[in-house]
Design a protein around this ligand. Sequence first.
Ligand code: NAX
Ligand code: ADP
Ligand code: K
Length: 493
Amino acid sequence: MPALLTPIEMAEADRLTIAAGPSGQVLMARAGLAVADAVSRSAPLGGRVAVICGPGNNGGDGYVVARILRHRGYRLTVFADAPPDSRAADAAAAFAEWQGPIEPLSEWSDASAGIVVDALYGAGLSRDIGGAAAELIARLNASACRVVAVDIPSGIDGATGQPRGAAVKAHETVTFYRRKPGHLLLPGRLHCGTIRVADIGISDDVLQAIGPKTFVNEPALWRGLFPFPRIAAHKYDRGHAVVVSGGLTQTGAARLAARGALRAGAGLVTLASPPEALSVNAAHLTAIMLMRMDGVTGLSEILADQRRNAVCLGPALGLGEATRGLVAEALASGAATVLDADALTSFAGEADKLFAGIKAWAERPVVLTPHAGEFGRLFGPDQAGSKLEAARSAAARAGAVVVLKGPDTVVAAPDGRAAIAANAPPWLATAGSGDVLAGIVTGLLAARMPAFEAAAAGVWLHGEAGLAAGIGLIAEDLPEVLPGVLKALRAAE
Ligand SMILES: NC(=O)C1=CN([C@@H]2O[C@H](COP(=O)(O)OP(=O)(O)OC[C@H]3O[C@@H](n4cnc5c(N)ncnc54)[C@H](O)[C@@H]3O)[C@@H](O)[C@H]2O)[C@@H](O)CC1
Ligand SMILES: Nc1ncnc2c1ncn2[C@@H]1O[C@H](COP(=O)(O)OP(=O)(O)O)[C@@H](O)[C@H]1O
Ligand SMILES: [K+]
């Protein structure tokens, strides 16, 4: 299970492990060894290494690293302003075994070493960093030193990815057992550099007891429910997606979504077009079917055929009453519904009306795909907590799966499950890319994938498609590279 553990859950994993067998000192020894190995991989033997130790068990890991590296022949200096806190017994034991020099934090300079191990604070960060530690972090970040962070760069909150006061910028981070949300959420991810996850002997049995609800968005999370075509299936088994087009001069976005839906696996896709845009849509469509849709009645007629089991509204649909009417009709039809862009912004200030329409038929899947701006307009600009918590509480409030987009897209379900994406390349930030994503999710819903998994799989496929197309991609490329991505996904089954 690609679980992410919050600092509190990770402390519980440590506690359960220690209760069942190895001591905290043994876990710390393994953690320190993993970090020492990471340093050894990039530092020439005999080179200078500085280890900066804080007052808790993160600092304890640092003393272990220092001892191992000195034993291997590196020239070590430890920097710490105080011995370990009395509550960090394992760290105190590691400190007692360190028999080399200890300098105050204020003495650190980039002349001390080319490689710096950051063991100031890890999972126990509990307030903003100030004083000598903050000053040191500023000097460290301005230096040319290579920084290896123990567990998480000091100052990054493992639950939220937010810096607290000051935060180390690392080139490499070695964490233990499982990553935390703060390793994936921005800006935390940008502070981590390359992330290694070391096995320190924690058994997956602890996950049963902890019941984590946050995951990395990768295939292990949803592959079992992915609608790979079956040999005995016909196209209607693969579902029929409907995408609603905007008016005469706003048709491209819906066609991008429709093509995403078809490539993602819907057996059929129909573009529902306002009468005035029929000819322009007709000029651009081949495998995708076209139907005339005259307002709400028109959409109602199209969705009356229950085989049309998923519908996407929003891309370039226009703002206002007409769009609100179409959304209400889609939600009342019983088709799985994806709402994006204008379908979300049209409910700014009237969000509860939208949520009531969604909750009126709770078993019908609904996925909302806002970017940060649309999210703020719908759910209010001042969401408390991290992006993860914002998406989670929005999903509970709306009664829908929420895809809060960006470089660290979060997919959250009303039941509290959430997945954070780590595979999206920055060139996905291009006009129309979100329209394709809405279409991909619609295609997966048409193929009857459950909503949370369809949204997560859609986001992952979109990211992989971005990687496959590479820099320079335009939105049109995304559906066209999906077959290669799907082929690799299926081969890895
Ligand atoms: N036995 C275990 O539980 C294991 C823990 N491990 C390490 O232990 C770490 C967690 O240890 P701790 O829970 O002791 O926490 P930390 O060592 O991350 O920090 C806690 C200490 O820092 C102080 N502190 C927190 N925020 C501060 C701030 N902003 N300014 C000044 N002081 C601050 C606290 O008062 C406390 O003394 C992990 O990150 C990991 O590196 C690993 O050794 C694996 C095993
Ligand atoms: N910096 C970034 N790195 C990776 N992916 C990004 C980045 N910025 C945006 N994206 C992704 O690009 C897509 C943009 O969607 P959206 O903002 O709706 O654009 P549009 O309306 O032009 O289609 C989303 O899937 C989003 O997650
Ligand atoms: K650290």
